[in-house]
Design a protein around this ligand. Structure first.
Ligand SMILES: Cc1cc2nc3c(=O)[nH]c(=O)nc-3n(C[C@H](O)[C@H](O)[C@H](O)COP(=O)(O)OP(=O)(O)OC[C@H]3O[C@@H](n4cnc5c(N)ncnc54)[C@H](O)[C@@H]3O)c2cc1C
Length: 468
């Protein structure tokens, strides 16, 4: 998700936040003590994957009194969120921004009582000009780009009257869902500069305007109340303690038997129970299973009975954007609190200022360009110099999510026809197996909030098999 905001928005919304966090201080949830957990000899439900969908499902099942085992392929939890360090600073390599509009995750942070921080408000915007790039006042840059986004999304109210239930107007959506973002851009007959500015906002979202579905953007716009300020605002706040620690707090409350380094190879539903085997040779049995891995990964697991046609198609078409890369940079010359948006086609499409260091600046960027090695300082510097010619990049750390075998893509952004053709079908249970991932959420698909929504749904679906 690319990050943008205007100073006015960030300041006014921070006021709301302070009140909310203060209120939450009185309602902090405490994880149950370890001794409250039942013996770990067997489990009622196995959750495959310890991203936000998996940990949320695990806790919801535990709250129903069920024993849960979590099998996670990596040596860490969190999945497409990952708190680590770069140049001595705490950084996030995946999902990070949260917002009060995203009620599941926002409530979670309030309940945990760990606090929120806001990114610096924009002082300048470095946006395209007719011939290159120029500095603008944020009000001007985001005001004009916001107006273009509103025009781009003018049918969103009609097509998504209830953003939490995206298929309410399936009758109308069927005609629009085949369109890509590029189709809509072309239909708008934009001036060259307006197209540069508009793709400065949309270009990084769906893996390019030829891949991303126009309806996915309209849905996102509806989730942001058809409001540019709120659209920019969703990339402002992050949990102070980091995403991994937020996921860990949820998992602690699940009191689950968590097995890291346990990549699942096969899931066999016998009709009476489910047998799950890992690539390391372990075998586990439970009454039901929540598969909380990304859609792009579904086809790498052997299922019996086999996956439905819709699920196989969803996985091979991809929901998570396969080209998504995120990178952290330390720049010698500080740009101050400048937000950079490039038109589609540039190797880095967004740069967000995060922190001024004593002799340099920390920025975070996003790229969908497979030719860019986001861990190569010289390559990243060349990419930055296309926009800031005198920039010196001192260090980089990046993550190519499409090349990550346990993700095979970044955050979800649906392709044409997936909303009307696949979403309902992939949310259904498959015998004793249910599926959870942000990729198939009804609301904030492609966001942590959607992962939590999907985890709650899957827990509800499988719990009936395990009721004790
Ligand atoms: C670069 C980037 C930026 C983003 N920015 C934001 C943002 O600012 N705000 C926001 O809300 N969202 C953001 N997102 C999206 C958000 O991070 C994801 O939507 C969300 O974290 C997905 O959660 P999940 O549980 O559905 O999947 P995942 O987090 O992918 O979890 C799935 C888990 O399953 C595990 N797994 C996979 N295969 C197996 C297997 N065979 N056996 C066992 N385990 C397996 C994985 O290792 C992983 O831990 C971003 C994502 C990316 C990549």
């Amino acid at each position: 998700m690319s990050g943008t905001k205007t100073s006015g928005i960030a300041l006014s919304r921070r006021g709301v936040l302070t009140a909310a966090t203060a209120a939450a201080a009185h309602t902090v949830l405490r994880p149950p003590s370890a001794s409250a957990a039942p013996a770990r000899t067997a489990s009622d439900v196995i959750v495959v994957g310890a991203g936000f969908a998996g940990v949320t499902a695990a806790r919801a099942l535990r709250r129903r009194g069920l024993r849960v085992r979590v099998l996670e392929a990596r040596n860490r939890i969190g999945g497409r969120t990952w708190t680590t360090t770069f140049e001595g600073e705490q950084v996030e390599m995946g999902g990070v921004w949260v917002d009060p509009l995203q009620t599941h995750v926002w409530r979670e942070i309030e309940n945990q009582g760990t606090g929120i921080v806001a990114d610096p408000a924009a002082e300048r915007a470095l946006f395209p000009t007719a011939t290159g790039f120029g500095y603008y006042h944020p009000e001007e840059a985001f005001g004009w780009q916001g107006a273009l986004l509103a025009r781009f999304s003018e049918r969103a109210r009609e097509l998504f009257p209830d953003a939490a239930n995206p298929l309410v107007r399936a009758d109308l959506l069927r005609r629009v869902d085949p369109q890509t973002i590029r189709d809509r851009l072309d239909a708008m007959r934009l001036s060259v500069l307006d197209e540069k500015w508009l793709t400065g906002a949309t270009g990084g979202l769906g893996g390019g305007s030829e891949r991303g579905a126009y309806t996915q953007f309209l849905h996102l716009w509806a989730l942001c109340n058809h409001n540019a300020d709120q659209y920019y605002g969703i990339n402002t706040y992050r949990p102070a303690s980091g995403m991994t620690s937020l996921a860990r707090a949820i998992l602690t409350e699940a009191a689950a038997d968590v097995r890291l380094n346990s990549p699942v190879r096969s899931i066999i539903d016998t009709g009476r129970e489910v047998v799950v085997r890992t690539r390391t040779g372990a075998s586990y049995t439970a009454t039901s299973v929540v598969v909380a891995v990304p859609v792009n990964v579904w086809n790498t697991i052997e299922f019996s009975p086999g996956l439905t046609v819709e699920r196989r198609r969803a996985s091979s078409q991809t929901f998570g954007v396969p080209t998504a890369q995120k990178l952290w940079l330390r720049l010698r010359t500080s740009l101050g609190n400048t937000y950079v948006h490039t038109p589609e086609g540039y190797p880095i499409h967004t740069l967000v200022p995060i922190k001024q260091l004593a002799d340099s600046q920390l920025m975070v960027g996003f790229s969908g360009d497979q030719r860019l090695d986001v861990n190569n300082v010289a390559q990243v510097e060349r990419a930055v110099r296309l926009v800031v010619p005198d920039a010196t990049v001192l260090a980089v750390r990046g993550q190519h999510w499409g090349a990550d075998p346990h993700a095979l893509g970044g955050g979800a952004f649906r392709r044409p026809r997936q909303l009307t053709g696949l979403l309902n079908a992939v949310q259904l249970p498959h015998g004793r197996i249910s599926f959870a991932t942000s990729d198939i959420a009804s609301g904030w698909s492609g966001y942590v909030d959607g992962a939590m929504e999907s985890g709650l749904r899957a827990a509800e679906q499988v719990a009936r098999f395990a009721s004790r």
